[in-house]
Design a protein around this ligand. Sequence first.
Ligand code: PRP
Length: 183
Amino acid sequence: MHITNAQNDIESILFSETQLRSRVAELGAQLTAEYADKHPIVVCILKGASFFYADLCRMMQCHISMDFIAVSSYGAGSQSSGVVRILKDLDTSITGRHVIIVEDIIDSGLTLKHLRELLSARKPASIKTVCLLDKHERHDPHIAADLCGFRIPDAFVVGYGLDYAGYYRNLPYIGVLKRAAYA
Ligand code: PRP
């Protein structure tokens, strides 16, 4: 089974399914209270945020619309350049709407910063950024998300949507990848 092989490459589990479920429920409750009458558009940044997004949306007890955006970072290598190219744009207009951008992880923080600027130019009523994981040591604190699931150290994490070379997204937990799997 593919999933068994994937699990063999995990050094340690950083957040179990139970821990993820519990924290996502807290975030969902917080957003439910905040957006009760606002009918927000909740935006998923593909692909890494997909599982977090699906779970978070199900934890929101108010009216929401769902939309998806796919972006690619310009520039070579694994470092984000911060300039994003839209591969798939939103289907709906966000002008005058309350928008919640859902991201899986902030590393340099540049993707989220740029996306926020890009969507702000469309004149939404408000924008909030939510990320599951924040590698806070890696970026300027001024570009942190408005709402964050967990602050994490600078480790190579995969699972629950996060990948290495396109794999490991389907692990149900977030784990640290063994060095041998990528070195
Ligand atoms: C990852 C992640 C964030 C971004 C974070 O996306 O999902 O969008 O990098 O990096 P940054 O804070 O340094 O900008 P990736 O480009 O790997 O695409 P994916 O979501 O499809 O995995």
